[in-house]
Design a protein around this ligand. Structure first.
Ligand code: FMN
Length: 215
């Protein structure tokens, strides 16, 4: 059993959040969902169910800023979450949050969790976006930045976007890239960009969670 943060961003693939959440819970894991504001457009939080005794299941930016004013000893939630979690999976990871991760921006709950993350613990990224967004030079630039920051420094620069997941596996094993798949996308375009299947993501979590320290 692992403690998992499921980060969800504003891709249409966020409609799969209840299914992914259920699959992770079915694996016996404790799961907290941290959603960006755009992500909340795509799924009904009621479909997540009640969560587990450790809290949750859904957290959003408003939870970081309970107001009306910070008081000494109030919790800094993104740090509390980072301390709690064994594993972070961001699925779907949209183009915007990928760019923020690469740049180190920390302007919402999820990007603060990522910026504060202890990279000795695994992070799984599952991008989802329109084909031309995926094929944009910005995508490779941002993935390369993450590799530069978190990899072994030996990835070089000769890899293609189609090889990115393998390059991450070889040079940054705890930062797992689960590549998008090719299919007809929600927007009607056909090509690479759809988030990997829920079963694929749940299996990746299962493999990494086995290595999490037991409580
Ligand atoms: C209906 C709709 C679907 C979208 N789907 C995607 C998507 O699949 N991938 C993506 O990168 N952006 C998508 N976007 C754009 C993001 O929601 C937008 O960039 C947003 O600012 C992302 O914010 P976030 O990264 O904080 O969640 C979509 C927007 C809309 C309105």
């Amino acid at each position: 059993m692992a403690r998992i943060i499921l980060g969800v961003t504003g891709s249409v693939a966020a409609i799969r959040t209840p299914a992914l959440y259920s699959a992770l819970r079915a694996g016996g894991h404790s799961v907290r969902v941290v959603a960006t504001e755009p992500a909340l457009y795509f799924f009904d939080p009621a479909e997540l169910g009640p969560g587990d005794p450790s809290g949750g299941p859904l957290y959003c930016d408003a939870d970081e800023w309970p107001g009306p004013r910070y008081r000494r000893d109030d919790l800094v939630l993104h740090i509390v979450f980072r301390q709690w979690a064994d594993l972070l999976i961001v699925a779907p990871l949209d183009a915007n949050t990928l760019a923020k991760f690469a740049l180190g921006l920390a302007d919402n709950f999820l990007t603060c969790v990522f910026r504060a993350w202890d990279f000795a613990r695994p992070v799984i990224l599952a991008p989802a976006m329109n084909t031309l967004m995926w094929r944009s030079p910005a995508t490779r630039r941002h993935l390369r930045q993450l590799l530069d920051d978190r990899g072994d420094g030996r990835a070089g620069d000769s890899w293609t976007l189609d090889e990115a997941a393998d390059v991450f596996a070889r040079h940054s094993p705890r930062l797992v890239l689960i590549p998008p798949q090719a299919k007809r996308l929600a927007c009607g375009d056909v090509g690479v960009g759809a988030m990997a299947e829920v079963a694929t993501l749940a299996e990746a979590v299962r493999l990494w969670a086995e290595q999490a320290p037991q409580p």
